[in-house]
Design a protein around this ligand. Structure first.
Ligand SMILES: [Zn+2]
Length: 86
């Protein structure tokens, strides 16, 4: 009776449930967001749609997700998203 559904994660920005393969996993290392392409990095992950990055910023979704109040650097994620849209 159990169908093999892909695991689902919710996007930290729009909160929609999605197959995890359609989301980007990020982790917070010190105060920098790292893109976890292989889903292997330890620690708490924040998942989001590539198109939801701006919304995530506006809602401070990363701070909330990582329970981190300081300033977060997004350079690596920004570069990654830039390459995606090229
Ligand atoms: Zn989203």
């Amino acid at each position: 009776m159990f169908s093999k559904k892909p695991r689902q994660r919710s996007c930290i920005a729009c909160r929609r449930l999605e197959n995890w393969t359609d989301l980007i996993r990020t982790v917070l290392l010190d105060n920098e967001i790292k893109v976890d392409l292989n889903h292997r990095m330890p620690g708490r992950g924040a998942w989001l749609h590539s198109k939801c990055f701006q919304i995530a910023l506006e809602r401070k979704a990363f701070n909330r997700s990582f329970k981190y109040e300081g300033e977060i650097k997004f350079k690596e994620l920004e570069d990654y998203l830039k390459n995606l849209s090229n």
